[in-house]
Design a protein around this ligand. Structure first.
Ligand SMILES: Nc1ncnc2c1ncn2[C@@H]1O[C@H](COP(=O)(O)OP(=O)(O)OP(=O)(O)O)[C@@H](O)[C@H]1O
Ligand SMILES: [Mg+2]
Length: 236
């Protein structure tokens, strides 16, 4: 008998609170969710409901007050810092709200950043980089500095950077916030294609995608499998 394969992402009882002066403000009240490979799930909810906080916890960028997060069965919360950074680098692509791009560097240098710890971009990586640039229609901007780009162009650069290492788990915080209709559709088409196939053609390696969004173009799209709705720190 073979053991059941662990889910790509499994979170249980996630609680988070922040200290504000003398009082503690509860932000997440015990969130549990799971995501499989090949799934495209939206995380909706009003501003301030805790979407970004939850994504940061799921991506190992923020430690919750309590609860567990497992990626492929590995408990992220108890990992030591260096193991956590490795797991993040090997398995998770993240587009944070605000994007986190380096403004004085070019588009290509920003997208190639995740390759640096393994020795920088090699020939095969360059092909992959070029494909991503083409798919997101930013090829012409490859050697342009980030601070010369529009908001929508920057957003596409951040998405390309999150995809460079072929992540198993892709976490996107408002990935279409500053995109026009054509570019929002382009991003959604790329995500749909990503979760259906992989670069090495093995379906068990398809990524799972979770994105926080208010965008009705995404929330109403057939491409999305499920919409999780967060209200005042609870999934409803
Ligand atoms: N580091 C922090 N310290 C204190 N409060 C915080 C911190 N981070 C987030 N919060 C608070 O937690 C709540 C949830 O914030 P979060 O950014 O997760 O919301 P959101 O759903 O992503 O909102 P938006 O749609 O505007 O991006 C907000 O009230 C915010 O002020
Ligand atoms: Mg947010």
């Amino acid at each position: 008998m073979t053991a059941e394969k662990p889910k790509l992402l499994e979170a249980e009882g996630i609680k988070q609170s922040f200290v504000d002066g003398a009082k503690t403000v509860e932000i997440l009240h015990g969130i549990s969710l799971a995501l499989d490979r090949g799934e495209l799930v939206a995380l909706a909810g009003p501003s301030g409901s805790g979407k970004s906080t939850l994504l940061a916890i799921l991506g190992g960028l923020l430690l919750p007050r309590s609860g567990t997060v497992r990626i492929d069965g590995v408990d992220m919360i108890t990992l030591r810092a260096h193991h956590l950074s490795r797991l993040r680098r090997e398995k998770i692509g993240f587009v944070i709200q605000g994007l986190g791009l380096l403004p004085a560097m070019t588009v290509l240098d920003n997208i190639a950043l995740p390759l640096i710890p393994s020795g920088g971009a090699e020939r095969a990586d360059l092909e992959r980089l070029n494909t991503l640039l083409e798919r997101l229609e930013i090829s012409k901007l490859a050697s342009t500095r980030i601070d010369k780009l529009s908001g929508g162009e920057r957003q596409r650069v951040a998405i390309a950077r999150a995809l460079v290492l072929d992540p198993a788990l892709l976490l996107l915080d408002e990935p279409t916030a500053s995109l026009d209709k054509a570019n929002a559709e382009r991003v959604l088409a790329l995500l749909t294609e990503l979760r259906q196939s992989t670069s090495n053609g093995q379906s068990e390696n398809r990524p799972g995608i979770l994105m926080a969004t208010h965008d009705p173009r995404i929330l109403n799209s057939d491409a999305v499998d499920r919409v999780l709705e967060l209200r005042e720190g609870r999934l409803v």
